[in-house]
Design a protein. Structure first.
Length: 196
């Protein structure tokens, strides 16, 4: 209920501010999928959630959950903690459990904010996709890095690419080099969207 209320409120606000979207038809209407996006601003998960009809469960840095009130808030908006500096098996298992429940997972594969999407992608997104067979939908957030404090009513756009199908890997033993390659393929799709 809390998520739905904030979703409607944020949608109204960002529509007034001129948020645009491209490729909404690429979002699966049912079944699990992973949103893999670039990360340039704290506004990224918000604008992605605004244009996505279904609720999204975003991975968020563990530091957000250190204070009780922040942990309460982030859990209410469907976020869950991940330790970005180490292989967080608990977060990975939780993410896979969400997909098994047919939910939508949101991840920033680079792990940290980067204006140009040039950081090397971590393998967590690829690992989750390979293990579950959930398609990965590449998403590019454009303009969120200039939204605040530089001024309101700047161009904001969410660009959504075609789902990357991962079912061929399900049940197979995938080498780390393959995970690296899949991770880079995902980020390359995101970078392509950034350039459109």
């Amino acid at each position: 209920m809390f998520y739905q209320f904030l979703h409607v409120l944020a949608r109204i606000i960002f529509m007034i501010l001129g948020l645009k979207s491209k490729g909404l038809h690429n979002l699966p209407k049912k079944g699990p999928f992973i949103i893999a996006a670039n990360h340039v601003s704290m506004w990224d998960p918000i604008v992605i959630a605004v244009v996505t009809p279904r609720p999204i469960h975003f991975m968020a840095k563990a530091e957000f959950f250190e204070k009780a009130w922040m942990a309460w808030f982030f859990r209410k908006i469907n976020a869950f903690p991940v330790n970005r500096r180490a292989g967080d098996r608990t977060a990975l298992r939780y993410a896979m459990a969400l997909l098994e429940k047919q939910e939508v997972l949101g991840i920033f594969p680079e792990g940290f904010r980067d204006r140009y999407g040039a950081l090397k992608a971590k393998t967590g997104t690829a690992m989750i996709a390979v293990k579950t067979g959930a398609p990965v939908v590449p998403v590019a957030c454009v303009g969120t890095d200039r939204f605040i404090p530089f001024g309101w009513f700047r161009p904001l756009e969410v660009r959504i690419g075609k789902p990357i199908i991962m079912t061929e890997y399900v049940g197979q033993k995938v080498k780390s080099a393959t995970l690296d390659a899949i991770s880079e393929d995902i980020m390359n799709e995101v970078r392509t969207l950034l350039c459109k």
